[in-house]
Every structure is written in C-alpha cells, then in structure tokens.
Design a protein around this ligand. Structure first.
Ligand SMILES: NC(=O)c1ccc[n+]([C@@H]2O[C@H](COP(=O)([O-])OP(=O)(O)OC[C@H]3O[C@@H](n4cnc5c(N)ncnc54)[C@H](OP(=O)(O)O)[C@@H]3O)[C@@H](O)[C@H]2O)c1
Length: 290
C-alpha cells in the first residue's frame, strides 16, 4: 500500500511513519509539503496517488482555539474536508485523527464510539466538524486519540505532559496537578501500531477509539511518572478551578478502545505504555532480563 501521512513530523505522525514503513511505501508530508486548509495544496495528494491518507494535522492549542475559532475551523474542519474530498476523487482511504474532546465529559464510564458527541469547546466542535466532513468520503476512518505522549513531542503544543513534569522536577519545583479531570493517557507508538494494524486488517470503515487502556487523573498520571522514575517530588493535587482556562474541558474523557478487540488488537495499559515511553526517551534503563 502507498500511505501518505500528513503532519509526518508531529508527535503521532512520526510514529505513524515508523509503523507503516515496515511493510508499506510511506509518503511523509510535513506542513512545508502540504497545507490542509488550502484545497489547491491538497490537490497534490491526487498526483501522489496514495491508497490511504492519514491526516494528523491540527490546530490543537485548546485555549487558543477559543480566540481563533476561524483558524480552528480552517485547519480542523475545512482541512479535513479538503483531504477527504481529494481522497474521494482518487478512491483513496481518508483517515482523520480526532479527539476525546468531542465529548462533553458528563459520563463516568469510558466513552464508546456509539456515544453521541457533544463538544464543549471550539477545538472539540471544529474536530467534530472534521469528523463529519471526513465521513463524506465513504472510504473513511475516524480515529479518536487522547492525551498523547510520544518521543517527538507535540509540535503544536511544544512538548508533552510527561516531559513537562520531568522538566519541573529537575528544576526542583513544587508541583501541583489537577485531580478532577480524568482521561486515557496514550503513547503515540501504541496508537500508531493500532491504527496501522486496523488499516492493514481492512477493518470496516467508521469510527474507532484508539487509546491506551485504563484511565487516570492528570495528578495520578504525574504521580505515576515520578514513581516510575523513582523521583521523590513534592506533588500536590489541585482542583481545575485553581487553574481557570479559557476553554472548558470535559471533566471525564476516558475512551473505551474495546472495539479494536474485534480485530485482535488489545491496547496496552497506560502505565505499561508510560514505562516503555520513558525507556524510549532514555529516562529509564530497560529492565534487564535474568
Ligand atoms: N496531542 C494530544 O494530546 C492530542 C489529544 C487528542 C487528539 N489529538 C489529535 O491528534 C493529532 C496529532 O496530534 P499531535 O500531538 O501529534 O500533534 P502535533 O505534534 O502538533 O502534530 C501535528 C502535525 O501537523 C502539522 N500541521 C499543523 N497544521 C497543519 C496544516 N494546517 N496543514 C498541514 N500540516 C499541519 C504540524 O506541523 P507544524 O508543527 O510544522 O505546523 C505537525 O507536524 C491531531 O489531529 C490532534 O487534534 C492530539
């Protein structure tokens, strides 16, 4: 298969390129190569003639999306449309990377693909519009991921939560992390492996949740990072009301990836994923096998 990855230098894009490269021809497209908001630029996809296009491009600074909803829609919604329609013209699969932020957070059980989305911020609304536009190409996948950490770090956000926590600990700062927002931390290497496997297995087109299994609060995630590193860090639990943000965030956005099990894909637990990430980044020595 010829697979084009848009946003190939991003956090998830980097691991998608690696995951597909082992058995497919990959066309890696950085932001310099393609502008998803520009239909003319997306027309290039037709010349490249891929069998599948994975669109990871996003404007995902959640608070900034509140100030710049037009840009959020240009990239996350119209961008998705441009890619999906260019794919449709050449019979290619369009795969759109979406988010747990399409949900409102009122659930207390991991969200299923069949749960109705009801986003509460401009970012989530623009990504949901992107999902709907992607569905205009019948040969589509929507992969919802969440709270990503990967070795490349999010270029759109300037790193990831794990590295931010480690940097704070190194500075000897007292750290306070919110304990009333729960989510599914997800290692981009695991998400990329699942996405490539689903496409290879020709799973039916549609929407799939792709997160590491389990859930935690951001405080619990931070505590697990320091525990894995054997660091004694002064860590406090805070309420999200202590850190008001421009965008409202769902208080609960864990996703169930159980649907992947139908195609033999089991997502590893997030703590296991965290350990492997820390090893990949050289923060941890690999466990020696006796
Ligand atoms: N990070 C998270 O925690 C998280 C959570 C849920 C869902 N998601 C979704 O997962 C996807 C991947 O996230 P990520 O963390 O890998 O993000 P990332 O590291 O910021 O990667 C996004 C990539 O897309 C490129 N890009 C941005 N705007 C573009 C545009 N208009 N046209 C073409 N390329 C563009 C970026 O290039 P430049 O940096 O050079 O502009 C970057 O290489 C996104 O769709 C995001 O909405 C992320």
């Amino acid at each position: 298969m010829r697979v084009a990855v848009i946003g190939s230098s991003g956090q998830l894009g980097t691991d998608l390129v690696k995951a597909f490269s082992s058995s497919h021809e990959v066309i890696a497209l950085t932001h310099r190569d393609i502008e998803v908001a520009d239909p003319g630029s997306c027309a290039r996809l037709k010349e490249l003639a891929p069998d599948a296009v994975i669109n990871t491009a996003a404007f995902h600074k959640t608070d900034q999306c509140e100030d710049e909803p037009l840009k959020a829609f240009q990239v996350n919604a119209i961008g998705a449309r441009n890619v999906a329609l260019a794919c449709r013209d050449i019979g290619a699969i369009a795969a759109f990377i979406s988010t747990d932020y399409v949900f409102d957070g009122k659930s207390r059980l991991p969200y299923l693909e069949s749960d109705p989305p009801s986003p509460i911020n401009a970012y989530g609304i623009s990504k949901l519009a992107g999902e709907l536009f992607t569905r205009q190409n019948e040969r589509h996948y929507v992969f919802r991921v969440a709270s990503l950490f990967g070795s490349a770090g999010a270029s759109g956000k300037g790193g990831n939560f794990v590295e931010a926590m480690i940097a704070k600990a190194r500075k000897g700062e007292t750290i306070s992390v919110i304990d009333d927002i729960r989510m599914s931390p997800t290692y981009t290497r695991d998400a990329a492996a699942a996405i490539s496997a689903l496409i290879e297995k020709k799973a039916p087109f549609g929407t799939y949740h792709v997160t590491n299994s389990g859930e935690c609060s951001w405080f619990e995630f931070a505590a697990a990072i320091f525990e894995a590193l054997g660091l004694k860090v002064p860590l406090g639990a805070a309420s999200s009301s202590t850190y008001p943000t421009k965008a409202r965030r769902p208080a609960y956005s864990a996703l169930s990836s159980n649907k992947l099990g139908r195609w033999g894909i089991e997502m590893p637990r997030w703590k296991d994923a965290l350990r492997r990430y820390l090893e990949e980044k050289g923060h941890l020595k690999p466990l020696s096998v006796a």
